[in-house]
Design a protein around this ligand. Structure first.
Ligand SMILES: NC(=O)c1ccc[n+]([C@@H]2O[C@H](COP(=O)([O-])OP(=O)(O)OC[C@H]3O[C@@H](n4cnc5c(N)ncnc54)[C@H](OP(=O)(O)O)[C@@H]3O)[C@@H](O)[C@H]2O)c1
Length: 242
């Protein structure tokens, strides 16, 4: 039977690259997105052209609690059992400390931390023994920065969540790890002004952004390595070494 993976935010950027890599490796894919249905359908077509993967697309916004049910109902209705989940969708917002509003702070915490915790709780019965969970953290959860306080703090929380969940998931024979990317050339980064991008490149030893495909190779390794558990793998091209 083919392996099946759920990837949140699986239709663009890092999530799409991971989907392509796993699709090529023989996985069927359940890919969620927030609202951009056209891109989601294009991504599905692109992956279908290159791979044999069966693909479910699911609109499931991580800022909405109801999306937990949307995803788990899809798993139940279609009799899906998962070999891996990639908790990848994430939120950020740039505000000065003086301007942060509590509702924005709460929304980012909900989407980045609360949502995956309760999705994982509800999805447990659908995960096979030997399954693998991967969270997308961030180098910005390791090196404090000044762009988005809620982002940095929630990504640190994700790193901690991964380690704290190891013992809860061990009885289910499920491994859990996180990946902390540095700066990856996705839409998320392409929107930044050239000057900011150049400042970032100056801080990375390799002098450039990471390509999503380079990062996707690490996700595949983390999902498939049978002894890796409770680790946060930093993939940042040597950020802060320059
Ligand atoms: N790019 C980087 O440099 C970088 C570095 C470190 C960590 N990360 C992390 O990597 C993850 C993905 O980032 P990316 O750069 O690949 O982003 P991206 O290219 O903008 O792709 C975002 C994906 O997530 C989905 N998404 C966005 N908001 C969502 C929401 N509220 N609910 C459900 N899905 C949502 C998008 O769906 P729609 O198209 O429908 O919006 C899309 O599928 C995030 O957790 C981010 O924090 C990124």
């Amino acid at each position: 039977m083919k392996k099946q993976v759920l990837i949140t935010g699986g239709t663009k950027g890092i999530g799409k690259a991971v989907a392509l890599s796993l699709g090529k490796a023989g996985y069927d894919l359940i890919l969620t997105y927030a609202s951009d249905e056209d891109t989601a359908k294009n991504t599905r077509e692109e992956i279908r052209r290159i791979t044999q993967a069966g693909i479910f697309l699911l609109k499931a916004d991580i800022t909405k609690q109801a999306s937990v049910e949307t995803i788990c109902s899809c798993l139940a209705k279609n009799d899906l059992s998962l070999d891996a989940i990639v908790f990848n969708a994430g939120l950020t917002r740039r505000d000065s400390f003086e301007d942060i509003q509590m509702e924005d702070w709460e929304r980012i915490f909900f989407g980045n931390v609360h949502f995956p915790v309760f999705l994982l709780q509800r999805a447990l019965p659908f995960i096979n023994k030997g399954g693998s969970i991967v969270f997308t953290g961030s180098a910005m959860g390791i090196y404090p920065h000044s762009a988005s306080l809620a982002y940095g703090v929630t990504k640190s929380a994700i790193h901690s969540l991964v380690k704290n969940l190891v013992k809860f998931l061990a009885p289910y024979e499920i491994r859990i790890n996180g990946i902390a990317p540095g700066f990856v050339d996705t839409e998320w980064q392409k929107e930044k002004p050239l000057e900011i991008r150049q400042n970032i490149e100056k801080k990375v030893a390799l002098g450039r952004f990471c390509e999503p495909e380079e990062l996707a190779e690490v996700y595949k390794m983390v999902i498939e390595n049978s002894y890796l558990n409770g680790e946060i793998i930093v993939v940042d091209g040597g950020y802060s070494y320059k």
